[in-house]
Write a protein that binds this ligand. Structure first.
Ligand SMILES: *Cc1c(COP(=O)(O)O)cnc(C)c1O
Length: 337
């Protein structure tokens, strides 16, 4: 598979590290746990959207865009990485932020990713939760176009076949790291939301005949809906790559038992995962995505689904900047003496 055929604007710090989590593995007493550090992609505190944006922003440059637009939740990591990438390329960036949680918390609405959006020079607008955000974005983009701007619009999460190429590439990168270290991997686990990460990974893994099952831990949609979203995007991505039937429906597996009350609302098991990763491994997770993914990983080890003798790779998709929008989700009164 020949990814160099597709336009790409190189900016991410790649390859990201692959590390063994010694203390977490010992604490849980189950499989060997490794982590793929896509929280370290290097752009404005890192994260998974940077890989997708390398392909998306190259398209924006090719069409001569002087402005990019995207949309996401208030504490969107995708919005923040888009704002940063646009700054680097000297493009304007306008973002629609959807109020999915209804939170009035000051830090949630102004700190964390929102602070970074604005620091990178992006302008933002709010929308109430539950609307068709991609349609809304196209409406606003047409307003800018009428003023003479050349606008490239990026769907939520950067999840279309162009963006998913970033995670086809990540599948190649991981497999070569496994091979170089003679690391026999039994499962890869990652958080899954707008589907581009899981869709790109499964397309790359299947195209290489890796033989490694991939499990997505959902953060929003119910299981069947999430799997359908991932499968449809994987099919479209495979078609773009010229191998249309490489992904079967049964290759796409999501577990959505760790969503809790809803998107962007912290869970107890996610808070426990944040503390375990921070205290045992000095790794920062975020409450919206990676903590729920890690909560799934931890629970599936504790209940024996993942076993001693196996090797599990957890793909860390980033998001730590969001912690500063969620400080009220933690109670650290006991740490003061
Ligand atoms: C966007 C995001 C995800 C989910 O990736 P998708 O490609 O949208 O499924 C996971 N973790 C973090 C930190 C994210 O920002």
């Amino acid at each position: 598979m020949h990814l160099a055929r597709f336009p790409r604007r190189f900016i991410a710090h790649l390859p990201t590290p692959l590390e063994r989590l010694d203390r977490l593995s010992a604490e849980l007493g189950g499989p060997d746990i490794w982590i793929k550090r896509d929280d370290c992609t290097g752009l404005s505190t890192g994260g998974n959207k940077t890989r997708k944006l390398e392909f998306l922003m190259a398209e924006a440059e090719l069409m001569g865009a002087d402005m990019v637009m995207t949309q996401g939740a208030t504490q969107s990591n995708h919005a923040r990485q888009t704002a940063a990438f646009a700054a680097k390329l000297g493009m304007a960036c306008h973002i629609l932020l959807e109020d999915r949680t209804g939170s009035n918390n000051l830090n949630y609405n102004n700190n964390g990713n929102v602070l970074l959006d604005h620091l990178h020079g992006a302008t933002t607008e709010k929308r109430p939760g539950g609307g068709d955000m991609n349609a809304e974005m196209e409406k606003v983009a047409d307003r800018f176009r009428a003023e003479g701007k050349t606008v490239y619009t990026i769907p939520g999460g950067g999840s279309n076949p162009t963006g998913a190429l970033g995670y086809v590439n990540c599948a190649f990168e991981m497999l070569s790291q496994f091979n170089d270290r003679a690391l026999k991997v039994d499962h890869i686990v990652t958080a899954t939301g707008s589907a581009g990460t899981q869709a790109g990974l499964i397309t790359g893994l299947k195209a290489m005949n890796a033989g490694i099952p991939l499990l997505g831990i959902g953060v929003r949609a119910p299981k069947l809906k999430q799997e359908e979203n991932v499968f449809n995007l994987a099919r479209a991505t495979a078609e773009k790559l010229g191998c249309p039937d490489v992904v079967q429906r049964s290759d796409v597996v999501a577990n959505t038992d760790y969503v809790g009350e809803g998107y962007g609302i912290p869970t107890k098991s996610g808070q426990e995962a944040i503390r375990m990763f921070a205290e045992l491994e000095a790794i920062l997770l975020d409450p919206v995505y990676s903590a729920k993914g890690a909560a799934g990983l931890i629970d599936l080890i504790r209940n024996g689904h993942f076993k001693k003798g196996e090797t599990i790779v957890f793909l860390h998709t980033g998001g730590a900047a969001g912690l500063f929008g969620y400080d009220n989700a933690f109670d650290f009164a006991g740490r003061w003496s």
